[in-house]
Design a protein around this ligand. Structure first.
Ligand code: HEM
Length: 342
């Protein structure tokens, strides 16, 4: 290419950039929150990149279990999962965040991810967390929160001014962390509540759709550690604790659905249903075996919550479909890097 042509191309490129900046009014166009690669890149930039591990919920363990649905559940949904026969479930318990060495003895997130393997090749997949709400209402808000918390290359920590500006403008994003701070350190993966946080619709034989939000509640009750007990337990006790409790037959959860009423907000994962909504027991999940090591059937699953059986439907919560593609991107990256979880 002649020099004069090169200059012309360079000037044209610059002019189109200038014109884009003029149109958006910002020097750096916002990173798209709908681009799953950009979202996973931002997780890595803000929370760290740990090759081979899930970009969220990195430290985890596989287990298996079975689920039996109740007659009340059959009244709400035709889904085969509720028929009353035991359904096999692939389970993954994990500690929140991208760090595979995240300590077990802090007031942070625990996760319960499930894949129900149903008759006729159907599946139901979900990833539940130990808080009644999530920390973002929309993918845009999640992306902006991650950008605000990205460590400054010079100081290696987030700029408190940017973080404050973000949280002042988005106060609901603090509710999830406040929940963890208000609770004791969970004594076990088997002794804490796990919420679905999104609303889902349950469709029965007459075609009626009931929206609700679910909670997995430990049959043996909640059990937390005092600060001294947590310190004494150290940073790695959850996996051995789980193996022991499951050997003793002590890990089971009631799958309870809180029923939404007309006017309740059901499209926002930062807003729980109002207190006192009717709760229906939909079934019992029993954990029957835990992996002895870091392997197991959960390792290569990305728990995409958009996989539902006939009789269960997504709500209009924008965070729900937005999870599917980033989970697939994260899976692709960690498989290429050599999948690990401990
Ligand atoms: C657009 C919103 C979200 C994005 C981009 C996102 C991103 C991710 C990514 C990349 C993973 C790792 C996937 C893998 O490698 O298999 C993950 C795992 C997980 N996420 Fe999210 N997440 C979002 C929303 C949520 C919400 C609302 C919840 C609340 C229930 C949630 C709960 C979980 C859980 C429990 C896991 C771990 C599942 C497992 O054991 O593999 N996420 N998330």
């Amino acid at each position: 290419m002649k020099t004069s042509t090169l200059i012309a191309v360079a000037v044209a490129t610059l002019m189109s950039t200038v014109s884009a900046i003029a149109q958006t009014g910002t020097a750096a166009p916002a990173v798209s929150a709908n681009d799953p690669r950009a979202m996973v890149n931002q997780f890595e930039a803000t929370t760290g990149k740990f090759e081979g591990y899930r970009r969220s919920g990195a430290k985890g363990i596989c287990a298996t279990g079975e689920f039996v649905g109740t007659a009340d559940a059959r009244g709400l949904s035709i889904a085969s999962v509720f028929r009353g026969q035991a359904v096999p479930v692939v389970v993954r318990f994990s500690v929140g965040g991208s760090n595979p060495k995240a300590p077990d003895n802090t007031k942070s997130q625990r996760n319960l991810a499930l894949q129900f393997n149903l008759p006729a090749g159907e599946q139901w997949i979900m990833g539940n967390i130990s808080a009644p709400v999530f920390g973002s209402a929309t993918p845009r808000q999640l992306m902006d929160g991650l950008i605000a918390r990205q460590p400054d290359p010079a100081t290696k920590v987030a700029d408190p001014v940017k973080v404050k500006a973000f949280t002042d403008a988005n106060p609901e994003t603090l509710l999830q962390a406040r929940h963890y701070a208000s609770q004791p350190v969970p004594a076990s993966f088997g002794s804490v509540n796990y919420w679905g946080v999104h609303a889902f619709g349950f469709v029965n034989a007459s075609g009626a759709k009931q929206f609700g939000k679910w909670i997995f509640e430990p049959v043996g009750g909640l059990q937390g550690l005092s600060d001294d007990e947590a310190k004494a337990k150290g940073a790695t006790f959850l996996f051995d604790d789980l193996r022991q409790r499951v050997k003793d037959g002590k890990v089971a959860f009631n799958f309870n659905l809180e029923l939404a009423q007309a006017g309740d907000k059901i499209d926002n994962a930062t807003v729980p249903l109002p207190e006192g909504r009717k709760k229906v027991n939909m079934g019992l999940l029993k954990i029957t075996a835990v992996s002895e090591d870091s392997s197991g059937p959960c390792l290569t699953i990305n728990f995409n919550p958009m996989v539902m059986p006939k009789g269960v439907e997504a709500s209009a919560d924008p965070m729900l479909p937005a999870r599917a593609a980033p989970y697939a991107i994260s899976l692709g990256r960690r498989l290429v890097e050599g999948a690990k979880q401990q």
